[in-house]
Design a protein around this ligand. Structure first.
Ligand code: ATR
Length: 277
């Protein structure tokens, strides 16, 4: 696949986007290669999204990231989807092939897996993995997680029917089951990934008391400057292996950078810079 290299205009489409650290992250990536990259935020209402994306690329835009709530709509705008983006039915990275030929990829799952496996040294292969939530965030990461060949994945959700639908959709890729939160086995899981929006409200799904043990890795896909409610909850239950999604954020951005510029930036210095902010 051809990649767009060198200078250019890049944007993050979202609604809202004001809180995003992506310009900071892409700015630090660009400095690693002496690239000149202009990366800006674009707050676009859902009804304007399609039109804005098409205009951006017709006017010479180099590439775009897409965040909530536009990821499913982005999958409808592009001309071609990667297999992962097709499974996820969501795109977070648009690559320009020409002004009218756009390619859509979803780097969220690779970002999560890279952070878990490479940065945090978590053995996902062979693990019992519990995912909390069954929304778009989970759909985006299921295929790359299953590629790691965990022993089993349980999807637990407040509305169990949504978890069951995801199970049915992805069960050809590996061992998946679905339940409510209180239907989760009451013994320590190897890895628990929180992908619910509960964290944003400072809430944590009500899991059975023994779901977290001292060796359980608890990963919150949400992030903020401070520890999330889910991280604090996990520590209270006796594990010190609780992480937030900063690494995932930086790793998914590095994958986007690779698609656009043909080189993958070092992520550790950028994570360190975020820590210091
Ligand atoms: P996203 O794209 O971020 O996944 P979403 O599709 O709206 O957004 O999904 C949000 C997820 O967070 C869902 O799994 C939702 O549970 P329901 O399917 O039952 O709605 C979950 N969620 C939101 N608020 C929650 C809360 N207070 N407690 C538990 N789960 C919550």
């Amino acid at each position: 696949m051809s990649v767009q290299t060198g200078p250019g205009r890049y944007v993050l489409f979202g609604h809202p986007v004001g809180h995003s650290w992506s310009p900071f992250i892409h700015g630090l990536f660009a400095r690693q290669f002496d690239h000149v990259v202009d990366y800006k935020l674009r707050d676009v209402a859902p009804e304007e999204f399609r039109h804005e994306v098409i205009n951006f690329f017709v006017e010479g835009g180099g590439g775009a990231n897409v965040t909530l709530p536009h990821k499913p709509a982005a999958a409808e705008v592009v001309n071609e989807l990667s297999a992962r983006a097709e499974r996820a039915r969501a795109v977070n990275t648009i690559v320009r092939r020409s002004a009218t030929e756009l390619y859509g990829e979803n780097t969220d799952g690779v970002g999560l897996v890279t952070d878990l496996v490479r940065n945090l040294g978590v053995a996902v292969a062979g693990s019992r993995l519990l995912i909390l939530g069954a929304g778009g965030a989970v759909r985006g990461v299921l295929a790359p997680l299953l590629e790691q060949e965990p022993r089993e994945i349980r999807i637990a959700n407040r509305t169990p029917e949504r978890a069951e639908r995801l199970r049915d959709e992805f069960s050809d890729l590996g061992e998946i089951s679905a339940s409510s939160f209180d239907g989760v086995d009451d013994r320590p899981w190897d890895v628990i990934v929180n992908a619910t929006a509960a964290s944003l409200a400072g809430e944590v799904p009500a899991l059975p008391p023994n779901a977290v043990g001292p060796d359980t890795v608890c990963y919150d896909m949400a992030y903020g400057r401070n520890d999330t409610a889910f991280m604090r909850w996990a520590r209270d239950r006796g594990t010190d292996r609780a992480f937030k999604g900063w690494g995932m954020l930086v790793e998914q951005a590095a994958e986007s950078y690779l698609l656009w510029h043909g080189v993958r930036p070092a992520t550790r210095p950028v994570m360190d810079a975020l820590e210091r902010l």
